[in-house]
Design a protein around this ligand. Sequence first.
Ligand code: ZN
Length: 202
Amino acid sequence: MSAYGGKPVEDHRRKWDKAEYEKVAKERLEKEAQALLDETLGKKEKPVKRELLKPREYKVDLDSKLGKSSVITKTTPSSQQGGYYCNACDCVVKDSINFLDHINGKKHQRNLGMSMRVERSSLDQVKKRFEANKKKMEEKKKDYDFEERMKELKEEEEKQRAYRREKRKAQKRKADDTETGGNMDPDMAALMGFSGFGSSKK
Ligand SMILES: [Zn+2]
């Protein structure tokens, strides 16, 4: 096709379809005006109400398949393929970091029916939490005190036992001495049939 031919040269520049865009712009303006009107009249369209974000109540299993191997075929369901399977979203994530990202992500939470909005705690809730934590700490301290006390008691007992053992030994020694007449009057010892070491013979 020649520019010098009979036909007019086709212009490659984009041309705005003015009529079309004017229509679009008008529609948009009308929509915006309507939205503004609705808003002022309190007729605002309500967004889909989702639950607030809640903490997980289970431990995320990241390592149960660690070091294990399994055979995967074309027909293996995605839940049994390698990687981390999310049954809420029916998808497989290849590693633990991305899996954590996924289950903390917006899409996953939405599939669970939650928005990413977090409940704002009231002053009372915060106070209560402080109270609970304080109690927990005191309990821990009490436990510690108890253990400490038990240890002390045990040591005390051990000392007592050692002391009694010592005492018994001492008594026995004394008794032995008496038996051999060590501390006895030689005459008395002779009378009782004991013989001292040398001193009792007359
Ligand atoms: Zn998911």
